[in-house]
Design a protein around this ligand. Structure first.
Ligand code: ATP
Ligand code: MG
Length: 220
């Protein structure tokens, strides 16, 4: 579902990723880890085409990103749900509108949008807060809105970048349970984190980035 072959990426002279090769299979739940600044976010950005590799091939959900046209990128992104490292909710829009935005872009009928958004807000247990502005939610609730927004277009690949960043243990657990639920439906999940607590004991594949390369792979 996600394939990297000989991928390298530099920012100016700063080599962030060098000759990276790995595959995440359809339906897998995997982690990418490594110290701060090692290139985890950069790697995820390559997956959803926010950055382009200098070398190598990347295939995501059947799209060869080397050949993908600018106009096709929105279709790729519809298939890739993303939870960014910073929340990025629109502050002046309600919970409902933040989640609905992804669907409005796709020209969906308002009634259908209402149903879809209602459904995912129920899943993250925030239906009762749909008319509230993000600033009036707790950090964990805001993160659940971000997850709902990423889920609403029913992506085949789900990326999350440090999804439990500042959240307490209990809230982190709730968030991780949501990812497991998403994965159970067949969605491929890739999580970037520096936190061992997230992958320890999960029995999932963990790729370790170090010095621009995948240093090792373990079962968490
Ligand atoms: N747009 C950019 N321009 C220049 N350098 C960048 C850019 N984005 C990232 N970098 C650099 O690339 C390196 C990797 O950054 P990246 O954000 O991918 O790391 P990370 O592993 O996600 O770190 P963290 O755990 O702190 O989130 C860092 O040294 C960073 O300064
Ligand atoms: Mg990062």
């Amino acid at each position: 579902m996600i394939q990297f072959a000989g991928v390298s990426k530099s920012y100016d002279t700063d080599v962030v990723l060098k000759d990276i090769t790995f595959t995440i299979d359809k339906g897998e739940f995997a982690y990418i880890t490594g110290p701060s600044g090692v290139g985890k976010t950069t790697l995820l950005k390559l997956v959803y085409c926010a950055e382009r590799p200098d070398e190598g091939a990347i295939v995501v959900a059947g799209w060869d990103l080397k050949k993908i046209k600018q106009g096709t990128i929105p279709y790729l992104r519809r298939n890739v749900g993303i939870v960014f490292q910073d929340f990025r909710l629109l502050p002046n829009k309600t919970v409902f509108d933040n989640v609905a935005l992804a669907l409005r872009i796709h020209d969906m009928h308002p009634q259908e949008i209402k149903e879809h958004v209602g459904e995912v807000l129920k899943e993250v247990r925030l239906k009762h807060k749909e008319n509230i502005l993000p600033q009036h939610l707790s950090g964990g609730e805001q993160q659940r809105v971000v997850i709902a927004r990423a889920m609403v277009s029913k992506p085949t690949v789900f990326l999350a970048d440090e999804p439990t960043g500042n959240l307490d243990v209990e809230t982190s657990r709730t968030i991780m349970n949501l990812f497991r639920q998403i994965n159970t439906r067949g969605t491929t999940v890739l999580i970037a984190t520096h936190s061992e607590a997230l992958y320890h004991g999960t029995g999932r594949r963990v790729l370790f980035l170090r010095d621009a390369q995948i240093e090792k792979e373990i079962v968490g």
